[in-house]
Design a protein around this ligand. Structure first.
Ligand code: PLP
Length: 421
C-alpha cells in the first residue's frame, strides 16, 4: 500500500523504462512549476521578494531554466554552480553566492558575474579585498548561536561552521562601510528540512532585530534579508508540507512591526530554498534485482547510494512504492538495499512493503533535491541519468547516465606501460 501519489502509473513507467534503463531520476515539471507559483504568490506582498534556488540541491540547468522562467534567481556555492548560472545567461543580482571556506578563484568568478557575495566570516572581508577587491553590494551570513535551536542535518548553530556571531556582524558591516561598500544585505540559514512554518517566522524576527541594531548603530540601509533555505518537505506520508500562508503571514506581521515600524523599509525578503522547490517532484526509479532471505529479508535494487545518499547519511526516510502494487497490503518486512560494499547502503530498514519479486519496479519518492546531486562513485558505481516528465506527458533526458569512459577519464592507463615497479 502506498499513501503517497506518483505522477505516473506502472504502464507509463514501463514505457519510459523501455527507452531509458533503470535506475534513473525523473522530475515532474508540473509539480515544480505549481509549487514555484504557490511560493511566489505567498510572498507577493513584499516588493522585490525573490527565491534564489539553491542549485546544489539539483544542479541540472534544465530544471533551473524552468524555475528561472518562474522568476527565481540562483543560489550558488562553488565554481561549478556559478558556471551553470553563467551558461544559463544568469548574471548580476540573479545570482547569490553563498559559500564557505571559499577559495579566491571562486570569489573572482562570482565578482566577474556580478553576483551578490555573501560572506561567511569577518576575515573574508580582507581576503576578498586582497584577492579580487570589494564589490558595491555585500551580504553577511549570521549565525545566531544559542538564540536559535538547530536540527539534525545542520546541528546546533553554536557548533555549526557557518556564519558570523552577532557582535562580528556589527563589526563586519562597519568595516565594509568604512572600506566603501555602499549596499548591504543580510543572510542566515540555521535549519534544514524544517516543517514548522513558525520556525521561519522566528528566523525572520532574529534577522529583523539585528537589522535594526546594525542600521541604527552604523547608519546604513540593509536592502534585503535572505532567510536561507531549509524549508522542509513531507518525506513521510503522515507529514504535512510547510503551510506557506502561515509562514508568509507570520513574516509579514514581523515585517510590519519591526521593519516598517522602525523606519527600516523597504526590505526585500529573499529565500534560497532547494529541497522544497524540487524535492517532492523527483523520483528514483529502480528495479528489484535480487531477493535475499537470511536473518532478515533483503530486497536488492539496481540503485545504490550513488543514486541517493540521504538514507545512509542521515537515516533519512524516503517513501517507497512498488509500481503496480499500490493497493496491495504491506505484508512483508524488508531492508531495501543497494549493491555497495557498505552495510549502510540501504534505502529503508525494516520497511513494511508488499511482497516483491525480482524485476518489480520500485519508486523511491522525494529524490528531487539532494538526491542525484550527492552521489559518489565508490565501488566504481556510475551516476544515473536524469529525465524530465514534461507537462504534456513527454519524457526527455536532461542528463545522460555516466559511462565507464567517464569513470576512467581521469586515469592514464597508457602510462602503465612505462611505469616500473
Ligand atoms: C547555504 C545554503 N543555502 C541553501 C541551502 C538549501 O537548503 P534546502 O535544500 O534544505 O532548502 C543549503 C543546503 O545545504 C545551504 O547550505
Amino acid at each position: 500500500m502506498t499513501d503517497k501519489k506518483l505522477p505516473f502509473g506502472k504502464e507509463k513507467l514501463k514505457e519510459i523504462i523501455s527507452l531509458y534503463p533503470t535506475p534513473f531520476h525523473i522530475y515532474e515539471e508540473k509539480g515544480i512549476k505549481d509549487y514555484a507559483r504557490k511560493f511566489n504568490k505567498a510572498f507577493e506582498w513584499n516588493e522585490g521578494y525573490r527565491e534564489y534556488y539553491a542549485i546544489k540541491a539539483a544542479p541540472n540547468p534544465y530544471l533551473m531554466k524552468i524555475m528561472q522562467q518562474e522568476g527565481f534567481g540562483i543560489d550558488c556555492s562553488s565554481l561549478a554552480e556559478l558556471e551553470i548560472a553563467e551558461r544559463l545567461g544568469m548574471k548580476g543580482e540573479d545570482i547569490m553566492f553563498t559559500s564557505n571556506d571559499t577559495p579566491d578563484y571562486e570569489y573572482k568568478k562570482a565578482m566577474d558575474l556580478g553576483a551578490i557575495i555573501n560572506l561567511d566570516d569577518i576575515s573574508h572581508i580582507e581576503y576578498l579585498e586582497k584577492s579580487v577587491g570589494l564589490p558595491e553590494l555585500l551580504c553577511f551570513r549570521y549565525n545566531p548561536g544559542n538564540l536559535k535551536a538547530g536540527n539534525l542535518i545542520i546541528g546546533h548553530p553554536e557548533e555549526a561552521k557557518y556564519g558570523l556571531t552577532r557582535s562580528q556582524m556589527v563589526e563586519a558591516y562597519r568595516i565594509a562601510r568604512d572600506k566603501g561598500v555602499k549596499r548591504f544585505g543580510i543572510h542566515t540559514m540555521v535549519a534544514s528540512n524544517e516543517l514548522d512554518p513558525n520556525y521561519f517566522v522566528e528566523t525572520a524576527e532574529i534577522l529583523f532585530d539585528l537589522i535594526a541594531v546594525v542600521s541604527r548603530s552604523l547608519n546604513i540601509h540593509i536592502e534585503f534579508a535572505n532567510l536561507g533555505g531549509g524549508i522542509g518537505i513531507p518525506y513521510r506520508p503522515d507529514q504535512k508540507e510547510v503551510d506557506l500562508q502561515v509562514m508568509s503571514e507570520g513574516i509579514r506581521r514581523k515585517y510590519e512591526e519591526m521593519i516598517v515600524g522602525n523606519g527600516l523599509a523597504p526590505l526585500r525578503i529573499y529565500f534560497e530554498a532547494g529541497r522544497a522547490m524540487t524535492g517532492p517532484y523527483g523520483f528514483l526509479v529502480t528495479k528489484v534485482l535480487h531477493l535475499k532471505d537470511t536473518y532478515k529479508k533483503f530486497a536488492g535494487l539496481d540503485a545504490c547510494m550513488t543514486n541517493l545518499m540521504r538514507p545512509a547519511l542521515y537515516g533519512a526516510y524516503h517513501h517507497i512504492t512498488v509500481a503496480g502494487k499500490e493497493d496491495v497490503a504491506d505484508t512483508r518486512l524488508y531492508d531495501v538495499t543497494g549493491s555497495l560494499c557498505e552495510n549502510n547502503d540501504k534505502f529503508a530498514i525494516d520497511r513494511e512493503l508488499p511482497e516483491m519479486e525480482s524485476g518489480d519496479i520500485v519508486v523511491i519518492h522525494d529524490t528531487g533535491a539532494h538526491g542525484h546531486a550527492m552521489g559518489f562513485n565508490y565501488n566504481g558505481k556510475l551516476k544515473s541519468a536524469e529525465l524530465l516528465l514534461r507537462e504534456d506527458g513527454e519524457v526527455v533526458m536532461i542528463r545522460r547516465a555516466e559511462t565507464l569512459e567517464d569513470y576512467f577519464a581521469t586515469l592514464d592507463f597508457g602510462g602503465l606501460k612505462d611505469f616500473k615497479v
